[in-house]
Design a protein around this ligand. Structure first.
Ligand code: ADP
Ligand code: MG
Length: 131
């Protein structure tokens, strides 16, 4: 998912290009905006963390671009491409190093396991929207 602040800053095209140039195949793509309730559900695993309220408000603050991506070793390779959660710790050449504003507004979301990728994909897309 390309997060609201990166969408508002006009970085979506460049981020998507980096993703496709890195060998990921698009299975699904959607321009949408989460309600606060939907953002709360998407990030439910972080419910107990102190930044949860901030995170939910931010993720519902504007449109996002949600995608399902396919590649061998996709989860690990995508997390390498996006870089560390905190852009000040992200490696050179990563999406977050280039586009993230802060640890909270960090440009992109990536699933952390195949299991969560399936759950998060189904959150945004029906079966007929996955090709
Ligand atoms: P990642 O997105 O790298 O998997 P996490 O799953 O730990 O990171 O956190 C989910 C999201 O919550 C982050 O991408 C970021 O937007 C936000 N976040 C994480 N830690 C903080 C923090 N300390 N303060 C504010 N927001 C945070
Ligand atoms: Mg995470």
């Amino acid at each position: 998912m390309i997060k609201p602040e990166a969408m508002a800053a006009g970085h979506a095209g460049k981020i998507l290009d980096m993703i496709l140039q890195s060998g990921f195949r698009l299975v699904s793509l959607k321009y949408t905006q989460l309600s606060a309730q939907e953002a709360g559900k998407f990030y439910e695993v972080h419910k107990e963390r102190p930044f949860y309220g901030e995170l939910v408000g931010y993720m519902a603050s504007g449109p996002v671009l949600a995608a399902i991506l396919e590649k061998d070793n996709a989860v690990q390779d995508f997390r390498a491409l996006i870089g560390a959660t905190d852009p000040s710790e992200a490696a050179e050449g990563t999406i977050r190093k280039r586009f993230a504003e802060s640890k909270a507004k960090n440009a992109v979301h990536g699933s952390d396991s195949d299991e969560n990728a399936a759950i998060e994909g189904a959150f945004f897309f029906t079966g007929r929207e996955q090709y």
